[in-house]
Ligand binder design. Sequence first.
Ligand code: ATP
Ligand code: MG
Length: 366
Amino acid sequence: MRIDALTLDFFRNYVHLQADFDPSVNVIYGENAQGKTNLLEAIAYLSGVSHRARYDRELIQFGVDSAFLKGEVVSRGRPFCLEANLYRGRGRQLYSNGVKLKSAGELSGVFNTVFFCPDDLSLIREGAAARRRFLDECICQLRPRYAQALSEYKRLHEHKIRILRDSEEKPSLLDTLDDFSLGMAKAGAVVIHYRAHFIRLLQQVAPAIHTDFSGGRERLTLRYETVSTVTDPEASPKELLPQLLAHQASHRQAEIASRSCLSGPHKDDLVVEIDGNLAKTYSSQGQTRTAALSLKLAERDIFCQDTGECPVLLLDDVLSELDQRRQEFVLNRISGGQVFITCCEDDRLGRLLQGKVFHIHQGGIA
Ligand code: ATP
Ligand code: MG
């Protein structure tokens, strides 16, 4: 999978950009605030992922009403022309080979990226929500059934939260509580089953990357933490269902008393440890970056193994805070598919990597 060419009009700080890329390595360098991250963001957008922006309007250039992105992509051996028109206040239109798409999910049916940016350090540093998001994004791209179950689960969860919240004023709402709990347990069992399988794959791939990264000095461990009554999260959804219902039953009164939803996989975590210590609490800056990057590189490897296609790797500012050996490891480890890597100066990367070098200056290629 690769992107051969990109056209941007009024996207972030790019008035107009036309770039042709190398099928292997593309080094994007330049001073701060010139548009390096914006360029990666544009490529990620065409894969259906909006990593940084909460709203499309943030992507449209200040003072302009619409933005345009076009990528010439090769996927499963076939060429695709992916386009996005973004309109301020009027939504967006997405196209693949001229055919209008219904959702960003259809873009990721064609083109996939794995984006590593400094915000991803939150994967290690922050609470469980960041790690659940990572799991959900990975599994949704691979398994449509998971995406369905997850969105059903989230819909019921929001509903149940509202019922619990409003039940003080309107106690009759509680009559519907058990129906929502049952629906959540059914969808939740599917969610847990898929998460457990994906984490098993991560356990097979990510620790080895992290060990190589640290020159054999560090051991990364990953553990799935889910609803406490679940004995084997990899069991079938049918086997998981009664265990989830038992947990819900034991928390029913507490949920009503606290008016919050206490039972279910919306509290799951992927526990990350380095040498037996919780990474969230104890890892150094370099270790945090190494562990987050190991998870992302594992995501790419799992995707390659599962689909036979390697997603495009977008590495934003990945080398800072890493010592020379870890930097060289990253640069050696990323070969395989197509890679975009940003940095502030090109000399080190230019020496270490073969590929095309782009100097970005004030929203253009200098
Ligand atoms: P750094 O090395 O600091 O990470 P960068 O080259 O990655 O810098 P970008 O994050 O790509 O920089 O941002 C470049 C510029 O784009 C910033 O100055 C930012 O203010 C500007 N920018 C962001 N959104 C828009 C927008 N919607 N319209 C115009 N300019 C924007
Ligand atoms: Mg940047």
